[in-house]
Design a protein. Structure first.
Ligand code: SF4
Length: 375
């Protein structure tokens, strides 16, 4: 299996990968609900950091615990856990992002769905001076809790090594995205998205290594494929998105998904940890500086400015918002984002993605109509 096939196979069934990894390494797997969880600390503890993604299926079993008007990201994660599909998890770390995630954390804890359970309490306002002082203490608490949960001691060297590994992985992903857009490694948007998803769950050393080898093989791949330089580039923005059919549909209509402003995309990997700082301070600083999600306040226009920067950097002609049904934080931000994009003459389209993440004919028609309006 070549590296691209491996990433795609892992993205299709991340749970099978994690189960197999645990069996082979006889080491713990620790789940995380959000890109704000500093996976470096989990990695430093010798465990596999596993980002919850949720299977693409209706989450009927979650009805016993959650209202139906919770987003599919939360409902599918709970469904997977209740059905035993996440039985390989030794522990879970929940960042307090949105209300639905907070409730999921409560339900998880009350139903003892993993061996240990940690809540990481982020400041709501990432711009305040108190957030700067408070976040390193949050990192220190999480370190202590992980040490207790996994019965290990994390040395400064352990953390520095894990930080270096994650930085290496993030640099490789950035390089691959650049190689893709320059035509050196012209993989499709759905293939790039599969790489993002796989890199959130797989052995991070293996992921960084595979990315390096993929980049090395770029020249051959470029020779074997044709990059469509006439494609109209787009930025995709949203939460956790597992809908390769949407990316394929946009690309069939002459688009190219060039930017991935997603919880399961560049928002997870953006920003490096400053390796010259003490590890916990470096981790805290990255959280403050990385592109914020709508569940954290990062300044009134920070998300709009980030999106416009992404459009400019990638040469995109429009933004497609993939809004999960019932996601209030993302929905509340969209009017402001649309207004700011409009003011900069950037077209945008809002698509609502249902709980099971299904690609409907209606979504296809709307993509097609949007693509026809782009210059
Ligand atoms: S931010 Fe939205 S999509 Fe993400 S967990 Fe919260 S409600 Fe769900």
């Amino acid at each position: 299996m070549d590296h691209l096939d491996l990433f795609q196979a892992i993205a299709r069934d991340p749970q099978a990968y994690a189960r197999q990894w645990k069996h082979e390494h006889q080491a713990p797997v620790v789940g995380m609900n959000c890109s704000y969880v500093p996976e470096e600390l989990i990695l430093a503890a010798g465990a596999l950091p596993y980002r919850l993604i949720g299977k693409r299926s209706p989450a009927a079993g979650a009805d016993r615990h959650l209202q139906v008007n919770c987003c599919g990201v939360v409902r599918r994660s709970l469904e997977d856990s209740l059905s035993g599909d996440l039985d390989f998890l030794d522990g879970m770390v929940f960042a307090n992002t949105c209300d639905s995630m907070l409730r999921l954390s409560d339900i998880w804890r009350l139903n003892r769905l993993s061996f240990f359970h940690l809540d990481m309490l982020l400041p709501a306002d990432l711009t305040s001076r108190s957030a700067e002082a408070y976040l390193p203490a949050v990192m220190a608490d999480l370190k202590n809790d992980l040490e207790e949960g996994l019965q290990v001691t994390l040395s400064r060297q352990d953390m520095a090594r894990a930080i270096a590994t994650l930085n290496r992985l993030r640099r490789r992903l950035t390089a691959l995205e650049a190689a893709r857009l320059s035509g050196v490694f012209p993989i499709s948007g759905a293939e790039m998205q599969a790489i993002h998803i796989a890199a959130m769950v797989m052995d991070r050393h293996q992921a960084a290594r595979c990315l390096e080898e993929l980049l090395r093989s770029g020249q051959q791949a470029a020779a074997a494929r044709v990059n469509d330089s006439a494609a109209r580039r787009l930025v995709l923005s949203g939460s956790v998105l597992q809908l390769p059919e949407l990316l394929d549909c946009l690309e069939e209509q002459g688009g190219q998904v060039a930017g991935f402003d997603l919880c399961s995309g560049s928002r997870h990997f953006a920003g490096l940890v400053d390796e010259s700082l003490p590890p916990l301070s470096g981790l805290a600083r990255r959280i403050l500086n990385r592109p914020n999600c709508p569940a954290r306040h990062g300044g009134l226009l920070r998300r709009a400015d980030h999106l416009k920067g992404l459009v400019e950097d990638t040469g995109a002609r429009g933004v497609v918002f993939a809004l999960p049904t019932f996601c209030d934080p993302h929905a509340f931000d969209i009017p402001m984002l649309e207004r700011e994009l409009r003011a900069s003459n950037i077209a945008s389209l809002v698509l609502e993605i249902d709980e099971a993440g299904a690609m409907s004919e209606q979504l296809r028609t709307r993509c097609q109509a949007f693509m026809e309006t782009l210059p």
